[in-house]
Design a protein around this ligand. Structure first.
Ligand SMILES: O=C(O)CCC(=O)C(=O)O
Length: 285
């Protein structure tokens, strides 16, 4: 008996590789999440950037709670069972009239995870639709094996290596993931997906939470993850603590160490050693 998703939603995930919209909080709560992010940005005087966009659930209490939120984790449990890790989180923020985009790709390409049993809960803090650069995907493409990708390191590409699939994508087959604030989509790690720029006059903000069953391992180096449900009997990952106050110096230090270690996995085979480097290089170019 599923806890949160309907049998039809589970079937859609299995067949299409993506299911949406799924409401996980009210629109008012989504606006509060956006306000918390923007309060921090006001303090720093700039949009969230670099390392801070990744694994931010180790830095902010409200994001630590979000990755454990029962509506989200119940839905993930319906797909992958009751022993679950949050492997990582990534903010995908597109500013108003922003050329930033995400090329067609499969998430599995550089993550180094042992099996494609990985799901992303993409939680909308703002609307996401055709007018502001919502995600798009090719239904059923998650059933393909790993497709070869080329790295572009393109200036406005939000992906770590600007990676893109080395096959022609038939855009006429795409579906657009339209979400209201407080809704989420769930997509499979092998799904071919991407998103165009945001030409609208407001930001588009999504928080992507990557979940795996505890039986999935990291095969490309040492790694850590956050246990969000059940028990970890496999011990493939160092378990991460939950922050009890925002930007606790101990957590900031831990986050820095983890970000450096993760960059080694994600940029393996290149000279790049941190999330900040490709963007800095592109800005100087
Ligand atoms: O937010 C986007 O536009 C793309 C996000 C994405 O590629 C992902 O969450 O895997």
């Amino acid at each position: 008996m599923p806890k949160f998703l309907s049998p039809a939603q589970i079937e859609q995930y299995r067949e299409e590789g993506c299911v949406f919209p799924i409401r996980v909080m009210s629109e008012a709560e989504a606006a509060e999440h956006r306000a918390r992010l923007e309060e921090f940005e006001r303090q720093t005087g700039e949009p969230l950037k670099g390392d801070l966009r990744h694994k931010s659930h180790l830095l902010f209490v409200w994001l630590g709670k979000l990755v454990r939120r029962s509506a989200i984790v119940d839905a993930v449990e319906d797909l992958y069972g009751s022993d679950l890790l949050c492997w990582t989180t990534n903010f995908f923020i597109k500013e108003a009239t922003d050329p930033a985009f995400v090329s067609w790709h499969q998430d599995s390409t550089y993550w180094g995870l042992s099996r494609p049993d990985v799901v992303t809960a993409w939680v909308a803090f703002t609307e996401a639709n055709e007018a502001n650069g919502a995600m798009e995907y090719i239904p059923g493409s998650h059933k393909l094996d790993q497709i070869p990708h080329r790295d572009t390191f393109a200036k406005n590409n939000l992906l770590t290596r600007g990676q893109e699939v080395m096959v022609e994508v038939d855009r006429s087959k795409r579906r657009i993931i339209t979400l209201r604030p407080g809704e989420m989509s769930l997509h499979h790690v092998r799904l071919v997906h991407g998103s165009p720029p945001n030409p609208s006059t407001d930001r588009r903000i999504g928080f992507a939470i990557r979940y795996i069953p505890t039986s999935v391992a990291q095969v490309a180096g040492e790694d850590s993850a956050t246990l969000v449900r059940g028990e970890d009997r496999h011990h493939h990952f160092v378990l991460e603590p939950e922050p009890s106050r925002d930007l606790d110096p101990e957590f900031v230090e831990l986050h820095r160490t983890i970000a450096q270690r993760n960059a080694k996995i994600l940029y393996r085979g290149t000279e790049i050693a941190s999330y900040n480097e490709p963007r800095a290089l592109a800005e100087r170019a």
